[in-house]
Design a protein around this ligand. Structure first.
Ligand code: CTP
Length: 405
């Protein structure tokens, strides 16, 4: 499972969860369990119908706190006002068509719906229902109304629904749900309105229809950069070859295979890009001929492949640069900083991130990196070994601080 939020993000977060009566209420127990273990302070409130699907004891055991269900149960405090003042946000998950309609229509007749009226800007809805219910014009109209007054929405995902039908309406799986929540809770958003183009993963150069040359890049660093940029408000496009990791949600994804495909896709986007991060592990060479049929041994004891050099995409972007912030990556095992400085200059980049490979704990196929961040003013930050997601946040924040503050 790839997680595109830094685990420490959840430490000491105060989150109020409202559970309404949908079958996917059981999934929320998983989210709450994860968040409590990550250090969040979670308070759960439930409607009457939510308790038809999951017991209140499940949530009180997970949060180690009583679950509130009744508007009038607290003696001293006015409960709905107290909870909405005390907690950072109010996540309604699953949010049924009924609760969405009640809130859009101004009805607060129980604890959960009354909380909404205290501060709609703190409310995050995660609707979950049958596909036709979700696309019902009244539900859509209600969602628009709520968004217009500052309510945030985690859009349901597509797939098999509890009713046996297929389509949009599922409560997202845990990692996608928490990723969406991370995007919504991240503030400030210094890259709001900026277009960020990120390349990730390996490229693949075919020899024949089934065999190819590639490298062991998983794509994790590029995907982490995409999630970190998205969390800071950017409109992110990720272009990547075949990766072994999950693609983060909330971004535009353009798949490619070869270095030449990558060049075409990147150049198509480049003019409308504010920040371009070339993190892909690009194949420098490709076979001069691709066999259209499977290459047979046919008694040959050796096979000689003729390789020709691929275009250097980053150098091309450096030549075409107008106002883009251009960021290169280099994976090195020798004199890392000297190599990175040379590449920064030669490829006309604004930033070069050098990461250490071949140590076993940093680089390809592991979830950590040791890196150096260099900019074209000659400044350098030596970043210790850390998870790729933590490193991605530092890189994106540094780019934001240098160029957009
Ligand atoms: N890069 C590129 N096109 C290539 C090769 C690399 O755009 N054909 C980009 C990478 O995405 C990375 C940067 O250039 O951002 C540095 O990649 P690296 O492989 O370290 O550098 P090379 O120029 O290929 O040099 P070498 O492999 O000889 O060290």
């Amino acid at each position: 499972m790839n997680i595109y939020y830094p685990p420490q993000f959840w430490k000491n977060k105060k989150l109020l969860f409202g559970i309404t009566g949908g079958i996917s209420a059981f999934k929320v127990a998983g989210y709450v369990s994860h968040l409590v273990q990550a250090g969040s302070d979670i308070q759960v409130i439930m409607t009457e119908s939510a308790q038809q699907f999951i017991g209140k004891n499940t949530f009180s055991a997970l949060t180690r706190k009583p679950v509130y269900t009744d508007l009038f149960e607290s003696g001293e405090k006015i409960l709905h006002i107290h909870l909405m003042r005390e907690y950072e946000c109010f996540v309604v998950a699953p949010a049924t068509a009924n609760i969405i309609g009640k809130m859009a229509g101004g009805i607060g007749d129980d604890l959960l719906s009354s909380c909404f009226f205290v501060d709609p800007k703190k409310v995050i809805f995660a609707p979950a229902m049958n596909v036709d219910m979700w696309h019902n014009p009244i539900v859509q109209e209600n969602i628009k109304k709520l968004i217009a007054i500052g309510v945030r929405v985690i859009i349901p995902s597509s797939g098999n629904l509890a009713c046996g039908e297929r389509g949009e309406g599922r409560l997202p799986e845990q990692e996608e749900f928490l990723e969406a929540l991370y995007y919504l809770l991240c503030s400030p958003q210094p890259l709001q309105g900026k277009k960020v183009l990120i390349t990730a993963g390996p490229t693949r150069e075919y020899i024949d229809p089934i065999r190819y040359l590639t490298n062991s890049s998983s794509g994790l660093m590029g995907c982490s950069l995409a999630a970190a940029a998205r969390a800071r408000g950017a409109d992110v496009t990720l272009i990547a070859g075949p990766m072994s990791v999950r693609i983060p949600s909330g971004i535009h994804f353009l798949p490619i295979v070869s270095t030449q495909d990558l060049k075409t896709a990147v150049l198509e986007q480049y003019d409308k890009t504010d920040i371009c991060i070339m993190n892909a592990a690009v194949a420098d060479y490709r076979p001069s001929n691709i066999s259209t049929v499977k290459i047979k041994k046919q008694g040959k004891s050796e096979l000689i492949l003729n390789l020709i050099q691929n275009p250097d995409i980053l150098s091309e972007l450096g030549r075409r640069k107008v106002s883009q912030v251009l960021v290169g990556f280099c994976a090195e095992d020798g004199d890392i900083v000297t190599e990175a400085r040379q590449k920064l200059q030669q490829k006309n980049c604004d930033v070069m991130v050098a990461n250490q490979i071949l140590t076993g704990e940093s680089g390809f196929e592991v979830d950590k990196n040791k890196a150096w961040f260099l900019n074209k003013n000659g400044e350098m930050i030596d970043i210790p070994l850390m998870s790729k997601m933590e490193l991605a946040e530092i890189i994106i924040d540094q780019i934001g601080a240098f160029y957009f503050s």
